[in-house]
Design a protein around this ligand. Structure first.
Ligand code: UTP
Length: 290
């Protein structure tokens, strides 16, 4: 039987150095894409895929993320009194239910793999979703994570989202080697983190959405630091691949790397252009710039 995936882990303990000075006192996950913090977009994606419990791995100076997913009674009261129903509904829609969130701290930013390992007790012995808030995906149908869930419900094992990039960019990412074949999902043969230029096994990169089996925690527990002196999730997945299947999912949608300034700005424009209340005015403003 394929065990259902009920929990999602959100690693939000990174320092966000690429956005300084904006992220000196504010977590980069709270930067807004249109009118929602990046982390809210990702939590919404997880909820739409059926996730019931949201686990945040935070760090110092990140407590505003916890506040964001709590009620704000005075604000709600004020909105009610002023008849601002739409705003009130938007607040309610973004809020996980009582007991649906957990927060733990990664005491030092030792890498993504280490951040995931910090969630081991909260996840327990069941498969879980891992979503990197740096990546936002715009899709016309099901969300990226929901597409992975569909594949998982047939394949079981581990499922990772992949996307094609130009060959000269593969050295910046984790790259998968897949068995040949058509279709949106393929068996993974191998993986490598940040291969030297010209040595990548394919142009398919791992892009921030994962469904993982709990055995990954045992591997992370014993893992040494890898590329960049950090404990890498890709290295742990490479070890897990020796005993468990991995499926690479080429999802439908456009991804934005919100961990980079250009990707973050592009996400703001792309998400705003899908909003009927903003599109006409934004197009006008953009035209004025050229
Ligand atoms: P990044 O390496 O992109 O995040 O990690 P960063 O370190 O915050 O960014 P820069 O490069 O300094 O600007 C991807 C995700 O993993 C989390 C980050 O918060 C981000 O969501 N992360 C990374 C951790 O939680 N802990 C870590 O030790 C490293």
């Amino acid at each position: 039987m394929i065990a259902p995936i009920r929990k999602a882990v959100f690693p939000v303990a990174g320092l966000g150095t690429r956005f300084l000075p904006a992220t000196k006192a504010m977590p980069k996950e709270m930067l807004t894409v249109v009118d929602k913090p990046v982390i809210q977009h990702v939590v919404d994606e997880a909820r739409a895929a059926g996730i019931e419990h949201f686990i945040f791995v935070t760090g110092r100076n990140k407590s505003v993320i916890e506040d964001h997913f709590d009620r704000q009674i005075e604000l709600e009261q004020a909105l009610k009194e002023r008849g601002k129903t739409e705003e009130l509904e938007a607040l309610e829609a973004g809020l996980p239910g009582p007991g649906q969130t957990s927060f733990t701290r990664q005491q030092a930013p030792l890498g993504l793999g280490h951040a995931v390992w910090c969630a081991r007790d909260l996840v327990g012995n069941e498969p879980f979703a891992l979503l990197l808030p740096d990546v936002l995906v715009q899709s016309s149908g099901n969300t990226c994570l929901a597409q992975l869930m569909d594949i998982y419900n047939t394949s079981g094992g581990n499922v990772i989202a992949v996307e094609e990039v130009p060959e000269n960019m593969t050295h910046q990412y984790g790259v998968v080697d897949i068995e040949s074949g058509e279709g949106s999902s393929q068996k993974v043969k191998g993986m490598i983190e940040k291969p030297a230029p010209g040595t990548a096994p394919s142009n398919l990169i791992i892009m921030g959405r994962y469904l993982l089996q709990p055995e990954i925690f045992n591997i992370l527990e014993a893992q040494e630091r890898g590329t960049g002196g950090e404990i890498q999730i890709t290295d742990a997945m490479i070890a897990l691949l020796e005993s468990q299947p991995f499926t690479a999912a080429k999802y439908e949608g456009k991804s934005f790397d919100c961990g980079s300034k250009a990707g973050f700005l592009a996400a703001n424009i792309a998400f705003a252009l899908t909003r009927p209340d903003l599109r006409p005015a934004l197009l006008q403003e953009i035209q004025k710039l050229s």
